[in-house]
Design a protein around this ligand. Structure first.
Ligand code: RTP
Length: 148
C-alpha cells in the first residue's frame, strides 16, 4: 500500500494543530504508520529540502524548519500521496482552498504549517531519511470498512 511522508512544521506544532491535522488524515481513512516529535539540525533540514537549494527562499525555509520541533509522520493508504497533497492544499495559503489545512490555518507561504511528499518516489526518499529505523507494520481493524 502507498505511503507518504507528512511533517507538521514548527508553526503547526507551536499553534497546537497536531491533533487537528492527525484527525483529518484519520477521518479520511488513512493509517498512521510512523509518528515522532523531533527537532532537526540545519544539515538535516538542508538535506530534506536539497531540491530547493538554489531557490532564493532556501535559507529562510531552513531557518523556519529548524526553529522548533516538528511532527514527522508516515501515513498509508490508496493514493495517499496525491490525496494527502489535496488535504494539505496549495503551497501558497492565499491560493489554498477553504477546507484544506493550509486554506483553513495558514496565511503566508513561509508559515504554511505542513509538508507532504509530492510524489511516490519522493515519499520513499523522505520516509527513508526521517524514519531510518523503519515504521510500524500494523493493519487497522477498519480496513474492510474503508476498502472494497
Ligand atoms: P512542502 O515541500 O513544504 O510540502 O511544500 P510544497 O511542495 O507545497 O512547496 P515547495 O515548492 O516544495 O516549497 C517548499 C516550502 O518552501 C516554502 N516556500 N517559500 N517564499 C517563497 O516564495 C516560498 N516558496 C516556497 C514553503 O514553506 C513551502 O511549503
Amino acid at each position: 500500500m502507498e505511503q507518504t511522508f507528512i511533517m507538521i512544521k514548527p508553526d503547526g506544532v507551536q499553534r497546537g494543530l497536531v491533533g487537528e491535522i492527525i484527525s483529518r488524515f484519520e477521518k479520511k481513512g488513512f493509517s498512521l504508520k510512523g509518528l515522532k516529535l523531533m527537532s532537526v539540525e540545519r544539515p538535516f533540514a538542508e538535506k530534506h529540502y536539497e531540491d530547493l537549494s538554489s531557490k532564493p527562499f532556501f535559507e529562510g525555509l531552513v531557518d523556519y524548519i529548524i526553529s522548533g520541533p516538528v511532527a514527522a509522520m508516515v501515513w498509508e493508504g490508496k493514493n495517499v500521496v496525491a490525496t494527502g497533497r489535496k488535504i494539505i492544499g496549495a503551497t501558497k495559503p492565499s491560493e489554498s482552498d477553504p477546507g484544506t489545512i493550509r486554506g483553513d490555518f495558514a496565511v503566508e507561504v513561509g508559515r504554511n504549517v505542513i509538508h507532504g511528499s509530492d510524489s511516490v518516489e519522493n515519499a520513499k526518499k523522505e520516509i527513508a531519511l526521517w524514519f531510518p529505523d523503519g515504521t510500524v507494520n500494523w493493519q487497522s481493524s477498519l480496513h474492510s470498512w474503508i476498502y472494497e
